[in-house]
Design a binder for this molecule. Structure first.
Ligand code: TNX
Length: 576
């Protein structure tokens, strides 16, 4: 038996002539192996990101410390020759090329040739030939990955993403992006070892609907700003962008049959600025940019209240047929289109038909909130007709939860924005067949201030720091509503106090990832301590990408050099 160091120290060193060198060989080999490993580690330190450091938290993570992958300069992305998959591969290349400076050509995978360095595969329900993928299939087979799930396998020689749909591949790409060093967010080449931690991730969403809303009516934001917001959603696997397109202060979407809606109603905004609106081509740019990122745009035409801008443009829609003055303040609940005039329903039908024609997604949102001046019976009658007009376009109606007492319409979805989770009227609508998107204002409203000194935002639903945004369970939030009725979650950003992209980002980040995790991750992963650690790693990513964020004191942001202090959003004077 070889002598162990412990035995040697107790009995003193053995005379050399009695040492059995052959018996020592394994120890020497082990020493050599450890030394080689140490030298190798010096040259190739472990991946800076751990496999589980992903937001939203994946369903299953199986790290393999021996299988880190380093992206070589001559890497090729191979992808199944399917249009949707090919485009995801192109987007992966677009993500990686600026920072790496590598050419990263995208090549089609021949059926038997899965030997590229970065492989994206649509596997359908068939069991994949690759043993690593087959092992994963034992946990979740291809079909169980569903419409949006993916499997990521990282070995020393290859990265493979497998999914049933292009959306699943796209989500896998977002995970891969987060597993690369933060410098991958750089717009210019960086000298960096592009290491990805080894192992497997198998992942799929908890809820089908995961969204954010941008109010482009109170303040108008140009197309480029909206595209960038879509990019932020896509990073965190959110799949719906709800655009609040119309309100008292402005009408933002062109309608051919009623051109003055934008030409007159689009020229105002909160605070007296110039406003603006989207032509149909502008709007389609947003829809297409979102679709490429597997984000569905949900257009909202807020009815019958929140319509002052429409009444300025078309006084015939007003109950008294007199044009009101344009409105640039921030009060709510004073305006409505005339529910007693048939011309109003022509207007609603025309608008919904034209907006539906710009909408590849299944949803049309008709608002319905805060029509305080319309008597309840009249309001219910109006909503029931509006719900029918949505159905006539072939879309499914969504409305704020004020729709609840009106009659049920096939498939309808209510967006609940209350602060008291005991809401019998909404629970009753669910019993009559409604499904819910949850946007509790005291957790999910991104226009609420983080803290008393937050320079912009509201506080009517309380202050919402990152923990408050994170600490609730959409599946069990509302009394007497079963989890099965919850379609998903949405984080709305109202923009009465928001005037720039930097301010949008400041309110979005870091709370949007909190809501994204509630929508995507299995409840078993919910853990504030772990979330804030994972979230901390995103500060450097946002900083490198030039994205504004709130450096919340609740998050242990890294303090190494290279992580600049966050920029505050431009401070704006309080508005009337
Ligand atoms: C309530 S929430 C509104 C909006 C305001 C928001 C401000 C909802 C459906 N209506 O009109 O912009 O509060 O936080």
């Amino acid at each position: 038996m070889p002598t162990t160091p412990a035995a040697s120290s107790e009995t003193g060193p053995e005379p050399l002539d009695r040492v059995d060198l052959a018996a020592r060989e394994p120890a020497a080999a082990e020493l050599a192996r450890v030394a080689a490993q140490a030298a190798g580690d010096l040259l190739a330190p472990p991946a800076p990101v751990r496999l589980g450091d992903v937001v939203p938290a994946p369903e299953l993570v199986a790290p393999d410390a021996t299988a880190d992958f380093t992206l070589p300069a001559d890497a090729v992305i191979r992808v199944d020759a399917v249009p949707g998959a090919r485009d995801v591969a192109e987007q992966l290349a677009e993500l990686l090329r600026p920072a790496t400076g590598y050419p990263l050509p995208v090549a089609d995978t021949a059926p038997a040739q899965h030997d590229g360095l970065l492989v994206l595969t649509l596997s359908g329900a068939t069991v994949p030939a690759d043993p690593a993928v087959r092992a994963g299939a034992a946990i979740l087979d291809g079909a169980a990955l569903g419409d949006e799930g993916y499997r990521l396998d990282v070995s020393a020689s290859r990265i493979r993403i497998t999914a049933v749909t292009p959306a699943g591949l796209f989500h896998g790409v977002q995970t891969l992006r987060q597993l690369l060093p933060a410098a991958v967010e750089s717009a210019t080449p960086v000298a960096e070892r592009w290491v990805v931690p080894g192992g497997a991730v198998v992942d799929r969403p908890r809820f089908a609907y995961r969204g954010a809303m941008l109010d482009v009516a109170r303040h108008f934001f140009p197309v480029e700003d909206v595209l960038r917001v879509v990019d932020h959603l896509a990073r965190y696997k959110l799949n719906h962008l709800h655009l609040h397109l119309t309100d008292d202060q402005g009408w933002r979407i062109a309608v051919d049959a009623w051109p003055k809606l934008t030409e007159v109603g689009g020229t105002t905004e909160v605070g007296g600025g110039p406003g603006g609106w989207y032509t149909k081509n502008d709007y389609l740019r947003i829809v297409r940019h979102a679709a490429r990122r597997h984000v569905t745009v949900v257009p909202e035409i807020d009815l019958p209240g929140h319509t002052n801008a429409a009444l300025v443009a078309y006084p015939e829609l007003a109950p008294d047929k007199i044009a009101p003055p344009p409105y640039t303040g921030t009060e709510v609940g004073f305006s409505y289109i005339d529910p007693a005039d048939e011309r109003t329903y022509d207007f609603v039908a025309d608008v919904l038909r034209e907006v539906a024609a710009l909408t590849p997604g299944p949803w049309l949102h008709i608002g319905g909130d805060e029509a305080f001046k319309v008597p309840a019976d009249t309001y219910h009658g109006f909503i029931e007709r509006a719900q029918e007009l949505v159905a006539a376009t072939g879309k499914i109606v969504i409305g704020w939860h004020q729709l609840a007492p009106a009659g049920h319409a096939e498939g309808r979805v209510l967006q609940w924005w209350g602060t008291n989770a005991d809401d019998p009227v909404t629970a009753d609508a669910v019993r009559r067949g409604a499904r819910l998107i949850l946007s509790p204002a005291n957790h999910a409203y991104l226009d609420m201030k983080y803290a008393p000194d937050t320079p912009i935002g509201h506080d009517w639903a309380g202050l919402t720091d990152v923990r408050k945004a994170y600490d609730w369970d959409p599946g069990a939030h509302l009394a007497d509503v079963p989890g099965a009725a919850i379609l998903g979650v949405e984080a709305p950003l109202w923009t009465e106090s928001v005037t720039s992209l930097a301010e949008i980002e400041y309110l979005l980040l870091p709370r949007l990832p909190a809501i994204a995790e509630l929508g995507w991750s299995p409840r078993a992963t919910h853990d504030w301590a772990g979330f804030r650690e994972r979230l901390a790693g995103h500060g450097p990513r946002w900083a490198v990408a030039g994205i504004t964020f709130h450096r919340s004191p609740e998050v242990p942001w890294p303090t190494e050099p290279g992580i600049p202090a966050p920029r505050s959003p431009r401070h704006t004077a309080p508005r009337p």
